[in-house]
Design a protein around this ligand. Structure first.
Ligand code: HAM
Length: 415
């Protein structure tokens, strides 16, 4: 029997959930102000959605997908990223007939068969946004601003925006040829997978984890030097808007990202505090993806935050989330249970309340109260016969007896 935890996945225990909620609520609040609405797409999709969209020569599709056949022999894949599912939803629901611009966000698990290490897992969570229907450079700037604003609101430090442009269908072929000729000279040194990429999609060699490819990448031609006039103007505008808003960025001419669909702007937000897994956010423009899936020509762009990495960073930078006070009602004798139920009903309108087991001794109940991290303990003992109640502040140890009718005011003073 193997009921252990599979490699690369983890439980998110109750102690950690407040951090998740804090990030999710903060992001949701900001998404709303930018007019994004939530979308929930399936965890698995037809495999082809990813091979066609994410890209056949990417590490994700070549090595990392959780693919299986269902009982009818159809090939399905646990989503390795959120973008293709959102585009599929856009197409299947014919959103393009309803609205000129579609702005959505999602939060959920993604799956990649990667080598697990700190900040890299086989099941991880992304919080992402996609915008469909806008080709103007302002929106490229705005999604970067949105990403920066979320991180700022979370008070995260040591972050840097890295940005690059990968060109479009018009200028990419010239760049591709230049890159291919460069790598051809070193063909024999490349790994078998990169040799295959050399023929099919040389851009992917720039993103290869192979050591030789990484060395060769240093002197390889860079996409920025091959941009057509329109792509140059687009990129310059994005950069100038970032400067206008005083968002610090670094042009990173070697940034190509690990997915095939990108055109023009790509960006990452990198931290210097997490070692190798330093990309907290990654995103970019994908002006041909909808057409790749057979839909009407629709520009698009988006980004995704890696939740686990973000939370590692939050904790590392000392984020401490206050838990709400806990009121523990210790019932000394079973005959006071009615008062216990009434009191818990009354207090639950404002507080977290735990009721102790009346069959246990007061001593045992107090031990529980302590272990559960109670802030206040209310004793239901003989005092109740005179409509009074003993209240103890568990933090400073002070206690007093107050009229039952005053309990709400008394708790307000104590907390
Ligand atoms: P990505 O760069 O592959 O982009 O992933 C985005 C973020 O997810 C990364 O920056 C990282 O924080 C996190 N991440 C990726 N893989 C793992 C992993 N194995 N373990 C933990 N965290 C991980 C995308 O997925 C694109 N769909 C983003 C996008 C949306 N582009 C346009 N729209």
């Amino acid at each position: 029997m193997n009921i252990g935890l599979p490699r690369g996945v983890q439980d998110i225990l109750p102690e950690d959930i407040p951090y998740w909620h804090f990030v999710e609520e903060t992001a949701k609040k900001i998404f709303k102000t930018y007019n994004y609405k939530e979308i929930r797409t399936p965890i698995f999709e037809y495999t082809e959605l990813f091979t066609k969209g994410t890209g056949e020569t990417t590490d994700i599709v070549m090595k990392e997908m959780y693919t299986f056949l269902d009982k009818k022999g159809r090939s399905l894949t646990l989503r390795p990223e959120g973008t293709p599912g959102v585009i599929r939803a856009f197409l299947i629901n014919k959103i393009y007939n309803i609205t000129p611009v579609w702005k959505v966000y999602y939060i959920g698990p993604m799956f990649r068969y990667e080598r697990p290490q700190a900040g890299r897992y086989r099941e991880f969570h992304q919080l992402g946004v996609e915008v469909l229907g806008r080709k103007d450079p302002y929106i490229d700037f705005e999604i970067i601003k949105l990403a920066v604003e979320i991180l700022k609101e979370l008070k995260l430090e040591n972050l840097e925006v890295e940005i690059n442009s990968l060109g479009c269908l018009k200028c990419r072929p010239t760049y591709r040829t230049a890159l291919q000729s460069y790598f051809y000279e070193y063909k024999d040194k490349l790994s078998p997978i990169d040799q295959e990429r050399l023929e099919r999609n040389p851009l992917r060699i720039l993103d290869s984890k192979d050591e030789i490819a990484q060395e060769l990448k240093e002197k390889a031609p860079q996409p920025l030097d091959y941009l057509c006039e329109e792509c140059k103007i687009h990129f310059d505008k994005v950069i100038s808007y970032l400067s206008l808003e005083k968002i610090n960025y670094k042009i990173s001419p070697k940034l190509v990202r690990g997915l095939d669909y990108y055109t023009r702007t790509v960006f990452e937000i990198i931290t210097s505090s997490l070692g190798a897994q330093n990309a907290i956010i990654g995103g970019g423009r994908y002006d041909n993806l909808v057409e790749t899936y057979g839909g009407p020509s629709t520009p698009g762009l988006g980004f995704a935050v890696g939740m686990e990495r973000l939370l590692l960073l939050l904790k590392q930078q000392g984020c401490n989330i206050q838990t709400e006070p806990l009121i523990f009602i210790a019932i000394e004798k079973e005959e006071f249970i009615k008062e216990g139920i009434n009191l818990s009903n009354q207090l639950r309108a404002s507080y977290r309340v735990e009721v102790g087991p009346p069959q246990e001794s007061l001593k045992t109940q107090l031990k529980w109260a302590d272990k559960l991290g109670s802030t206040i303990v209310i004793f239901l003992d003989e005092n109740i016969l005179e409509n009074k109640i003993k209240v103890k502040n568990f933090i400073d140890g002070k206690e007093k007896i107050v009229p039952l009718t005053n309990i709400t005011e008394e708790l307000k003073i104590m907390l």
